[in-house]
Design a protein around this ligand. Sequence first.
Ligand code: GLA
Length: 401
Amino acid sequence: MEVKLKVRAPGGILAVFAAAMLLCALSNAQTGAQKTVAAMPPMGWNSWNHFAGKVTDKDVRAAADALVASGMRDAGYVYVNIDDTWEGTRDTSGVIRTNEKFPDMKSLADYVHSKGLKLGIYSSPGPKTCAGFAGSYGHEEQDAATYAAWGIDYLKYDLCSYREVMDRESRGDKAKANAMMREAYEKMFHAIEKTHRAMVYSLCQYGWDAVWEWGPSVGANSWRTTGDISDSYDRMSVIGFAQAGLEKYATPGNWNDPDMLEVGNGGMTGDEYRTHMTLWAMLAAPLLAGNDLSRMSPETRSILLNRDVIAVDQDAEGAQGTRVWAEGPKEIWTKSLADGGTAVALFNRGESELRINLRAKDVGLRSGFRARNVWAANEIRLDAEQTFQVPRHGVVLLVVH
Ligand code: GLA
């Protein structure tokens, strides 16, 4: 049927194809390397959630070592991302230097690369970063060139004090302020492109001005959709469950980013961390561990290293899952998978254990299929209707084949 159509109307099909390609090119600034660099949601580690302003070269090396020793690198966690507070002062030519916590960034990058990992860094389009260190304002090309010379593979670019520049120059004109914000992000994208080094370009401006609608057009591989996460079930769940509705903006190369993981930082129970990890995987979110990797409990490891949940996140279709059913504290989310399967997550947001009834046809599934019950680590046969016992703040994740 498809072949016949092509024979009968090749011009029409070509025109539709050309128009689709043009639309793609117009709405997505990324070219080859920038697009493929984050074909799947980036995975790795970031220093902020645990080390914050105290992070040092030694901590980053220890994180790299732990990624290898724990098996996380081999499971896909390859980015080692230094967040805020590495920055020193600029030299007389304006070249950014590191501060005393990071004596030699090039040698750190070499070390990280020697482990088969990649190094990420952080800056701001404003004069100051959120922690008050030097930002890239007025030095964008110079900074991108410095990052490339160091061997940086990932840039998180955090709005921070650029808000003040926007406020000052837009004088209350919201549209102008938003246009300035986009231009600032686009400027750094072009600066990265000019280096000819592929870097994941990660926007952080807390979801302002519906960034998911324009992120790809300024070269973003990912964009934060919310304010900062913290290591509490309330904050994590408010952020995570509020992502429903953004699914159409996620595609290979361009991801919604509900912020970094808190798994293993101590503020949530095992069930709550399993919910966190599951929800982020269902969202096809970047998986950036935010804990101290050199001191992980067996439970933390088992959550971060669960191959089935990672596979849901990294699925080749690149679809972001969404809520398909909710009743009070009970929610069912599904995510379609490249092999024709479906990931189904049954969340209990309530304060006590609950039974959640899964009616296969209500969530677009057919019964009689095999399913992997991920956290229980066993295989089941999906009935037309089946009840699952879900712990308080917990989840049952099924991967239906
Ligand atoms: C902002 C970001 C955080 C972190 C800090 C660093 O708050 O949203 O993720 O990068 O800045 O100062």
